[in-house]
Write a protein that binds this ligand. Structure first.
Ligand SMILES: Cc1ncc(COP(=O)(O)O)c(C=O)c1O
Length: 397
């Protein structure tokens, strides 16, 4: 195949509405945290059905502030999955606590619910499930564990803004949920994130901690209400969202369902073309409920195939290289966290500790899935994957 432009993995779907709103913000005289951020928070809370939504500089900030507000610190343990981005575990380390990993389901890559209780000790304070690739974790089981062992549930929903689990929208289930608006995510603000919670006190603490521990944010101090005094009630952080980011977020949110529908279409095309190709495993099926009934819904964030080196004759990295040679960008989600140098060195994790996560980490490749893809882009990806697989098998034979 001969594609002459490089297909960027995770290219965002940016349209005129966002561009015009960003320009209007630039011209408005206020580009920091202000009225657009407030509007975006309200719109996001409504979309999720959450009582409170607090806009932040990232999903990582949301996870970090949740653990801070719950008072997690040295000597504590927090359970999470090794099949995630390092941010999920790094925030635990920042609190001086220990990340305790639980291996994942070998098919879905989600934390193996049957193993979580076995990892709980008297030091465990919280669980961070990750709705990996947009697929919701079955939260009922974790809520039951949390109740019985008095644990906080902080959900990492970086991939799962649109997902539902058994009749409940992700973002309304655990004590706190953190969402990501990073450049490759389903909703993009450049950098950015949102924390949702049903607890007014938690929301208020996060609001204060996201901006230096100030009782009044900058918009409150400088707006047309006139300068107002403030007090510092805690040594807070700098984790606020700006109106420039919110300007993008407002319009991205307005199209979130439309974009999901497009990604579903692409997902189906990939499934139809790649299912059953020897040496390649497509994502395990997930039965979304009907259009009007979102009891169960996959957020369709990452379409990950797995490369079986024995059957195909080439490994995952060779596959990634071959895609790049054909001008197709791809991703790897994820190399398991426990095998990164810092985690090996600091906590003594090693090869073989979490074999299911390690296997996925060795085999997985994410194909482009942005709603901005044209049908011809999707066809190019399919053609490239089929061609590489065919060539690999024939060379091996
Ligand atoms: C599973 C997961 N958690 C957390 C994050 C961190 O998100 P952010 O970049 O918004 O801090 C990411 C980002 O890639 C992620 O994939």
């Amino acid at each position: 195949m001969d594609r002459d432009t490089f297909l960027v993995f995770g290219a965002p779907d940016i349209r005129d509405a966002e561009i015009e709103e960003v320009v209007a913000t630039l011209r408005s005289g206020w580009i920091g945290t202000g009225p657009r951020t407030e509007k975006f928070e309200a719109a996001f809370a409504e979309y999720i059905g959450a009582k409170h939504a607090v806009a932040l500089s990232s999903c990582t900030a949301g996870l970090e502030l949740a653990l801070e507000v719950f008072g997690i610190g040295p000597g504590d343990e927090v359970i999470t999955t090794p099949m995630t981005f390092c941010a999920t575990a790094n925030v635990i380390v920042h609190r001086g606590a220990k990340p305790v990993f639980v291996d994942v389901d070998p098919r879905t890559g989600l934390i193996d619910l049957n193993r979580v209780e076995g990892a709980i000790t008297r030091r465990t304070r919280a669980i961070i499930p990750v709705h990996l690739y947009g697929r919701p974790v079955a939260m009922r089981h974790l809520l039951d564990l949390a109740r019985r062992h008095d644990l906080h549930i902080v959900e990492d929903a970086a991939h799962a803004i649109e997902a539902w689990d058994q009749g409940r929208k992700i973002g309304t289930i655990g004590d706190v949920t953190a969402f990501s608006f990073y450049v490759t995510k389903n909703l993009v603000t450049g950098e950015g994130g949102m924390l949702t919670t049903g607890d007014a006190k938690v929301a208020e603490k996060v609001r204060v901690m996201r901006l230096h521990g100030l009782t009044k944010d900058a918009w409150d101090r400088y707006s047309d209400k006139g300068f107002r005094s403030y007090d510092v009630v805690a040594a807070g952080y700098k984790m606020n969202m700006t109106d420039l980011q919110a300007a993008m977020g407002l319009h991205q949110l307005a199209r979130i369902e439309e974009n999901l529908a497009r990604r579903r279409e692409i997902w189906k095309k990939y499934d139809n073309a790649l299912c059953g190709v020897a040496g390649i495993t497509t994502p395990p099926p997930f039965a979304d409920s009907s259009e009007n009934d979102h009891r169960c819904r996959h957020g369709r964030h990452l379409y990950t195939i797995r490369i079986n080196e024995e059957k195909l004759g080439i490994g995952r990295w060779e596959f990634v290289r071959a895609l790049k040679e054909r001008n197709i960008g791809s991703g790897v989600h994820f190399l398991p966290v426990h095998l990164h140098k810092f985690y090996r060195k600091t906590f003594g994790y090693k090869n073989g500790d979490y074999p299911n996560a390690e296997r996925i980490g060795n085999e997985t490749v994410s194909l482009p899935l942005s709603s901005a893809l044209a049908d011809s882009d999707v066809d190019d990806v399919i053609e490239a994957v089929l061609e590489i697989a065919e060539e690999a098998r024939s060379t091996g034979a």
